[in-house]
Design a protein around this ligand. Structure first.
Ligand code: PMP
Length: 422
């Protein structure tokens, strides 16, 4: 198929791991949803820059100026990648979790928050200081929009409100109707933040087209190394908020008052929330990954990933013990699939995939406990996690197995996975 590209070169392609059955095999990294391997191109970019890095916004020396330029250019690259509006801010953070906690700390007084119970904990939990309405798991994208509309209809449209929604589920991989949810939010005077941790590595994200107010994502899921994330979007709430971290870089001037205290004037720009010496290598790596994915072209990346999804679905369709988890049925998804195998403890199953086949998947509740418990139909109080006790024969599983892949996944990894499960 001409439209399907070859896997992009990533780190770790030649890593071999021992098998309990003897010998060794190349590692099949099928846990991209947790952390994707870095693109070779990103790694090379970082290595080429590393000898030149210096302090950002702080030094008069040539390398400090160079690093400051690269850091600010990285911001522009990310803004382009996300198709941001004029005036939007791109704040470099540590991760999606950090980005959403930053936004939570910047909510205006009295802000209400609406969030589906199906969210990853990073989107579910940061709003604890606000008035939060948790929305029930919908059974279709349309029901998601109706549920949100119904919840928003009851609120005072003059007060501030924020909807937080994921673009692609880290459990089922299913795509959420972001544009429609954004329209519903705006129709009721609310704003919306998109958790794009799982969406941005797989699909183009356009702030303008989706009409979302903010987007958050993590570098380590977007084929860059750890330690960097992004919050991008409207500047007003961010500019009016207290700095997320207080310190150098966020403050424009600090003066001692006559009464002995200290007055601070904070920056209005993204620097307001980036106190301390910024992670210039991380920002540079994220920008490099944004460029690499754009150049590879999302159309071909999506075509390839859909082919891999078909390999899994069709390869296991006639194995009755395998049950895939989904909220929306056969809806479009990214390369993230969770399942249970009847008669098996998911943790043992995942351990066997590793020990006997050199395949790395994830087991557990995937930091989305309410969603996974809903999908498994298990008791909300059950303690299913990694290493959960064996479900007795006939009992429901307490946790699940997740296989996930992306731009760097060779066909052989997915084919080996299907063979191993069979
Ligand atoms: N949201 C979603 C949908 C995720 O999948 C994850 C990571 N599993 C996060 C947020 C949190 O990302 P991070 O751990 O990089 O902060």
């Amino acid at each position: 198929d001409q439209s399907v590209c070859a896997p992009l070169p990533v780190l770790g392609r030649d890593v071999t791991v021992p098998l309990v059955t003897g010998g060794e095999v190349t590692y099949a990294a099928l846990d991209y949803a947790a952390s994707a391997p870095a693109l070779q191109r990103v790694w090379d970019d970082v290595a080429a820059y590393a000898p030149y890095y210096g302090s950002v916004h702080r030094g008069a020396g040539y390398l400090s100026q160079l690093s400051t330029d690269l850091f600010e250019n990285a911001r522009r690259t990310v803004a382009e990648f996300l198709d941001c509006r004029t005036g939007d801010q791109v704040v470099f953070t540590r991760s999606t979790t950090d980005s959403l906690n930053l936004l939570a700390a910047a909510l205006p007084d009295g802000c209400e928050v609406f969030v589906f119970e199906t969210e990853h904990h990073a989107s579910l939990l940061p709003w604890r200081d606000a008035r939060v309405t948790y929305l029930d798991a919908p059974d279709s994208p349309r029901r998601a929009v109706e549920t949100l509309e119904h919840a928003l209809a009851g609120r005072d449209p003059h007060g501030p409100a924020l909807v937080c929604v994921t673009g692609a589920s880290n459990v089922t991989g299913e795509l959420w109707p972001v544009r429609e949810l954004a329209a519903a939010a705006h129709a009721h005077g609310a704003r919306i933040v998109l958790d794009a941790a799982q969406l941005a590595p797989h699909h183009p994200v356009s702030v303008r087209e989706l009409d979302v107010d903010w987007v958050a994502f993590s570098g380590h899921k977007l084929y860059a190394p750890f330690g960097s994330g992004v919050l991008a979007g409207r500047s007003d709430w961010l500019r009016e908020a207290e700095p997320y971290l207080a310190g150098g870089g966020a403050s424009r001037t600090v003066t001692r008052r006559a009464d002995g205290g200290v007055d601070v004037e904070w920056h209005d720009s993204a620097a307001r929330h980036e106190a301390g010496s910024p992670n210039v290598i991380g920002a540079y790596a994220v920008a490099s990954a944004c460029k690499a994915l754009t150049e590879a072209g999302f159309d071909t990346l999506i075509a390839r990933e859909e082919q891999l999804i078909r390999t899994v679905r069709e390869g296991l369709a006639d194995v009755p013990e395998v049950r895939f988890l989904s909220l929306f049925g056969d809806a479009p998804r990214v390369g993230v699939l969770s399942f249970v195998v009847e008669g098996w403890n998911s943790s043992h199953f995942a351990a066997a995939l590793s020990a006997e086949y050199g395949i790395g998947v994830r087991d557990g509740l995937f930091c989305a406990h309410p969603l996974v418990r809903t999908l498994l139909g298990s008791d909300p109080q059950s303690q299913g996690e990694c290493g959960a006790p064996e479900a007795a024969p006939g009992e429901k599983s307490l946790n699940a197995i997740r296989v996930s892949f992306g731009a760097g996944t060779p066909d052989e990894h997915v084919e080996r996975f299907v063979r191993a499960v069979r």
